[in-house]
Each structure stands twice: as C-alpha cells, then as structure tokens.
Design a protein around this ligand. Structure first.
Ligand SMILES: Cc1ncc(COP(=O)(O)O)c(C=O)c1O
Length: 391
C-alpha cells in the first residue's frame, strides 16, 4: 500500500478475509476471543503474539480503523477511543505526571481548555498558553519541567492557523513532544507528522464519520509513545466500540471526495459572504484576507469545511440569524454532510469567562458554520435570506 494514492489507501486497506470470502469487512461484535490452548492465551497476554484478546484492548474492526488512519497520517501506530475527548485525555494521562508542565495554543476546543485549567491543577500539572498570533513567544514559556507542546490548527472555533514546521523546530530544539489535534483539517488536507509532530489526535466524530452518526477518537504517532498510550488505555477502558470502528472505517473510504466538496462549498460561501453589510468579518483559511493565509497555503491542501462569520449586531443579531435559518440547522457538531450553525460563546465555549473567550477571538457575534455537502446555492440563499431578515 506504500505507493498508492490517499484515496486508494482509504478504500483498499482492510482486514484479511474470513473463511466466508466476504467483500466488505464484517462487524466483529465480540467482547473476547478464544485460544486453542492455555499456552496460546498466556503468549497473547505476554505480548509474544499479536492474537486478539479482548475488545477493550483492540478488536479486528478497531484495528482496521487504526491501520487506515496510520496509513493516511503516515504514522507508525495508533490507539482508537470512544470519542475525541477520550483520545485527548488518554494521551495526556499516559504522558504527563504530577509536577509536569505543558504549553498549548490558547485557542483550543472548550473541553480541552477545561482539562488544562480545571483538572490538571488537581494533579499538580501546570500549563501555559501561547497566543496563536505570537508563536515567537512560545519559546519563552518553556520550563525545565515542560513535557509537550499542544496545538490545534485550524483552531476551533476561531479558525486561526499555526505554522507546524516552526513549532516543530522549537519542540525538537527543547526535546519536547509535539501533539497536534488535526480534527479540522483531516489527514487529507494536512499531515502534521510529515511536518514534525510526534502524535496526532482526531475527533473521528467529525469529518472521519462525516454524517453525524457515531462518536470516535484516535491518536496516532510514534510506536513507543503509542505503546504507552495503548497500555494506559487498555487498563483504563476508553476504547472505541467495534461498531463505531466499523462505521468509521467505511466512512474513511469517502473522506477525500467529501473533503473536496466541503472545501469547495466553504470557499465559495466565504467569498460570497465577505463584505456583506451585516457582517463585520468572514474568516476562512483560504480567503486571501485571512491573516494566516500564507500558513494555510503552505501546510494545507485546501481550506477545510469551517467558516466563521461575525454579525455586526453582536449576540442579539447572532441569535436572530441562527433562528432565521431554514435549511441550516442549529447544532454543536461539525464535519457533517448537513450544514450546521453554532454560536460558540453561548454553547461549546460557554464555560470560558468572557475575558478568556475574547482572548481567543470568540466574540458575542461570532457564528461557526460547518459547511456541508448540500448544493452551495441553496446554502448561500439560506444565509442571505437570514441576513436579509435581520433588522
Ligand atoms: C478540535 C476538536 N477536538 C476535539 C473535540 C472533541 O471530540 P469529541 O466530541 O469526539 O469528544 C472536538 C469536538 O468538537 C473538536 O472540535
């Protein structure tokens, strides 16, 4: 599979056939696996064989999903989890210990921010945030006890970009791990490991599923790091279910064509909405007006499926805009075939203080639009009609 194109790998990588010669991979709904002898079972538990043991550890379906994501991200190994947050938390817990410090970009998903600020202190783990617009200040935040640098790019929801090669050079200089949440870009648009990341995390709930059906998460990267994460996960139980892995592995077969359409639709809408009189800002990585346009061009194949718009009328206008939408639905998810509108300040990021929100670009008038796969004219008309009905 090494020399095949992304699309071919995503479709053709699959488990070996069973005796029934099925074409499409079956679902292995089994909690445990059997052994021909007591000694075979002993060998499996003692890492002397790769036999499946128990689905909390790994199952054929999760294994297929992991192998596929590893191929797409060009990673050595991976561990699949029940959700994106389970992947993030399991990774952190397997790596850090009491007394450690981490550096992260300040603009991170709300639940990740809550882990850093509310839960890490309970275990004597501290953090420092670097401003996404001031990556040159990152180095000054590194302490002797710093363990890793963590970042999202593009960030959720502010759609800011961070130069992966620059941060990776800093991480290498200080012998720190670089962990990247690649959820917004997917491996089709951006491959952080090729740019120097040690571990890449996904909420598979988003574009990997692509149809808003199942939750899932995955962390992939260097073998020895993944082994620590796997051993921790195998003990503590955040593992992905075989059913979700089966759905997600099949979804990956269409990731590239879905992402092409998400990106085309999003760029078209961003261009059409820029300059609308009721909006003070439209943000999309591949708009030439985006402050990080050059970084986006350098490390992403296309701009992704998320745009943000900012209503001049603030929170009241944002609420009314969302309520006026007919085709586009109000929901917290993203990466779905159906276009979704989210108001981060009152939902996904409501647990941050107003000051914290403003510091990462989440203003009261900001709306995140996860652009789906519908016809772009229908989406544009829905948005324009909603704007036209604002006072
Ligand atoms: C960037 C990012 N990372 C992680 C997560 C968490 O993923 P999950 O909801 O699958 O736990 C999300 C969810 O929205 C996200 O947007």
């Amino acid at each position: 599979m090494e020399n095949k194109h992304f699309d071919t790998k995503a479709i053709r990588a699959q488990l070996k056939r069973t005796d029934y010669n099925e074409h499409s991979v079956p679902l292995f709904l089994t909690s445990s696996f059997v052994f021909d002898s007591a000694d075979e079972m002993r060998a499996a538990f003692n890492d002397e064989s790769d036999d499946f043991i128990y689905s909390r550890y790994v199952n054929p379906n999760t294994n297929e999903f992991i192998q596929k994501v590893c191929m797409l991200e060009e990673a050595e190994a991976g561990f699949a989890t029940a959700s994106g947050m389970a992947a993030i938390f399991t990774t952190f817990m397997a790596i850090v210990k009491s007394g450690d410090h981490v550096v992260s970009c300040s603009s991170v998903f709300g639940a990740t921010h809550a882990i850093f600020t509310k839960h890490f202190p309970k275990w004597n783990i501290s953090h420092s945030y670097f401003n996404t617009n001031k990556v040159d200040e990152l180095e000054s935040l590194i302490q002797p006890n710093t363990k890793f640098i963590y970042l999202e790019t593009p960030t959720n929801p502010a759609i800011e970009l961070i130069d992966l090669e620059s941060v990776s050079a800093i991480a290498k200089k200080h012998k720190l791990l670089l962990i990247v949440d690649n959820c917004f870009a997917t491996p089709y648009l951006q491959q952080p490991i090729k740019l120097g990341a040690d571990l890449v995390i996904h909420s598979a709930t988003k574009y990997m599923d692509g149809q808003g059906r199942v939750l899932g998460g995955i962390v992939v990267g260097k073998k020895e790091l993944i082994n620590d994460i796997y051993l921790f996960g195998r003990l503590t139980g955040p593992s992905m279910s075989p059913f979700n892995a089966w759905v997600l592995s099949k979804s990956l077969e269409t990731l590239s064509i879905r992402m092409d359409r998400h990106c085309d639709n999003a760029l078209f809408l961003a261009q059409q909405l820029e300059g609308q009189e009721k909006l003070s800002n439209v943000s999309y990585p591949f708009l030439t007006s985006h402050p990080h346009y050059q970084i986006a061009k350098k490390q992403m194949k296309a701009g992704g499926g998320i745009i943000t718009i900012t209503l001049k009328g603030g929170y009241e206008a944002a609420k009314l805009f969302m309520d006026n939408l007919k085709l586009i639905k109000i929901s917290p998810n993203l990466g779905d075939a159906r276009t979704i509108a989210t108001h981060p300040a009152s939902s996904t990021h409501c647990k941050l203080s107003e000051q914290e929100r403003l510091a990462v670009g989440i203003t009261p008038g900001l709306i995140r639009l996860s652009i789906g796969l519908e016809h772009r004219s229908d989406l544009l008309n829905d948005i324009l009609d909603s704007l036209a009905n604002l006072p």
